[in-house]
Structures are given as C-alpha cells and as structure tokens.
Write a protein that binds this ligand. Sequence first.
Ligand code: HEC
Length: 163
Amino acid sequence: MRIDENSGIRLAREAPPAANGELMERLLYARKLARFGGALALAAFHLVLSSARGEDERITFEKHIAPIFQARCVKCHGEGKLEGGLDLRRKFLLAKGGDSGTALVEGKPEESLLIEKISKGEMPPKEEGKLDDKQIELIRRWVSAGAPIARNGVPVRTLRMTP
Ligand code: HEC
C-alpha cells in the first residue's frame, strides 16, 4: 500500500497545525483519507469499465470481421451467388439484410439473425464446417459494441450516445 503511505504524508502536511487541537486534526485527516480512498476506487472502476468497452470498439468490420466472412461466407453471399438474398461484403449490406430482413441489429447480438445463424451452427452450412468458437465470440462482441466500421484503418463509431 505504497500509495496510502504517500498520500498520508501529503495529507498530513495539509492538515491544520497542532494548535487547532489533536482531535480536530485527526478527524480532518480521517475524512480526507476516506474521501481520497473513495475517489481512487471510483477512478479504478471507471478505468476497468472504459478499457473493456474501448477494446471492443476497436473491433472493426474491415479489420476483424470481413476477413472471416471473406474466408467462410462470401462465396455464397456476395461473390457470384447471393444466397438468401444476403451480401456479406459490407456492413451496411448486412444491416440491409436478405430474404428474412435485417441480419444485424447494432448493439443487440440476441436480435441479430447473423449471430443466431452462426451460433446455432446453421451458417456456414454443415458441409462447410462451423466457424470456431473464437470467431463466433469475436463477431458477437463486435455486434455488442455497436458494429463499428473503420475508415482509413481508424474505427469510426467510437462515440456512443448513452441515455
Ligand atoms: C455454401 C454456401 C453458403 C455459405 C458458405 C454460407 N452460407 Fe449463409 N446461406 C446460404 C443459403 C443457401 C442461405 C439461404 C437458406 C437459408 O437461410 O438457410 C443462406 C442464408 C443465410 C442467412 C439468412 C439470410 C436471410 O435473410 O434469410 C444468413 C444470416 C447467413 N446465411 C449467414 C452466413 C454467414 C455469416 C456465413 C459465413 C460464416 C454464411 N452464411 C456462409 C448459403 C451459404
């Protein structure tokens, strides 16, 4: 607990001179220390939250998702064929969807047909072999983060409106 020691020294210096009475000094010191501890905990909590979310917002369609689709899906969804009426080469086409309507609901993997199909193992079709669990998890996290895209290699959708 090096940080407490240091702050203790700093706070002790800030404390009123002994002439104000030892009890008063101790009370003030305890209050400052408690406030400082609370602020520290809050800051750490925010840091954990923002880094978890920030990381997922760096998953972009172009960098992480398109290569998976390119390798496993576009031969039936975009290049040559358009099975189910669905083109998987671009994010906006995914949102536009196919015969069943939109395949992507930003921020809501549980409502996205894309996630339903890949996690049930229905897409790619059985004979093509399932995506591996890590790929499914990555695509799910991408949808959860609001399905960010990149322009010039930089994530575009980094700001989110929170109510
Ligand atoms: C061998 C061809 C083939 C491959 C590869 C393939 N699909 Fe499909 N996909 C189809 C066919 C055929 C349909 C339409 C019939 C159906 O919905 O099962 C379809 C339908 C879908 C639909 C539903 C579209 C709609 O609106 O009804 C989704 C979503 C989908 N595919 C996602 C994917 C994803 C994601 C991949 C790659 C991970 C993939 N597919 C790979 C053939 C393929």
